[in-house]
Ligand binder design. Structure first.
Ligand code: ATP
Ligand code: MG
Length: 183
């Protein structure tokens, strides 16, 4: 079985910018900067033959390159606990469009629909063991954060190996976004 997800990889310069926000919250488990990514679709554990179908379906997607603007920070909560701290992505029709195409392609090869609404973000830290006041202060402090915009020219199928410390993500396949369909 392979644990897979579809995401935007981030250039090193952008990862370094985001890493500049990290730190200063006791109990937070910060994501290592090499792991920063923006998930388009979590797939989970699948069999190799199905992974092949997923790859074929993703390879057939036609979508355009776009500019990604990361801005602002926020949290996800579950049962009254703040689970994670993230940097957000500005609303962007091209990004939404790409995510929809990925979702449609994966449903076509038989994956169960994602129920959660797409909420583009880059996870900075797991925070279930951090003090809520510290997290709130962090959000306030960095609410106006804006990263340098970057051009997104491909999306990526990653495999994930869960580890005791951080997970190890491996880019398996890059899928190019193309500015215009060939005549
Ligand atoms: P860990 O689960 O040990 O904290 P991780 O979350 O870094 O590790 P994965 O669980 O393999 O690694 O997740 C890979 C990516 O998919 C991450 O961006 C994660 O937030 C996202 N993801 C994982 N599970 C789901 C899910 N059920 N729904 C939506 N996104 C998910
Ligand atoms: Mg996880």
């Amino acid at each position: 079985m392979l644990r897979l997800f579809v995401a935007l990889a981030l250039p090193a310069s952008l990862r370094a910018e985001i890493a500049g926000l990290a730190g200063g919250i006791p109990g937070a488990r910060w994501v290592p900067p090499e792991n920063y990514h923006l998930t388009l679709r979590f797939i989970g554990e699948i069999e190799p033959w199905r992974a092949q179908e997923v790859d074929d379906a993703l390879a057939a997607i036609r979508a355009r390159p776009f500019t990604l603007q990361l801005a602002g920070v926020g949290t996800f909560e579950k049962a009254g606990r703040i689970q994670s701290l993230w940097v957000g992505a500005e609303r962007n029709d091209a990004l939404t469009h790409l995510q929809t195409k990925v979702e449609t392609a994966l449903q076509r090869v038989g994956l169960a629909p994602e129920r959660k609404r797409f909420s583009p973000h880059v996870t900075l830290a797991r925070t279930d063991r951090a003090a809520p006041e510290k997290l709130m202060a962090f959000v306030q402090a960095y609410n106006l954060f804006r990263a340098t915009p970057v051009e997104v020219e491909h999306f990526t199928l990653f495999s994930s190996r869960l580890g005791k410390e951080a997970s190890v993500y491996t880019p398996e396949v890059d899928y190019d976004l193309v500015a215009r369909v060939a005549a």
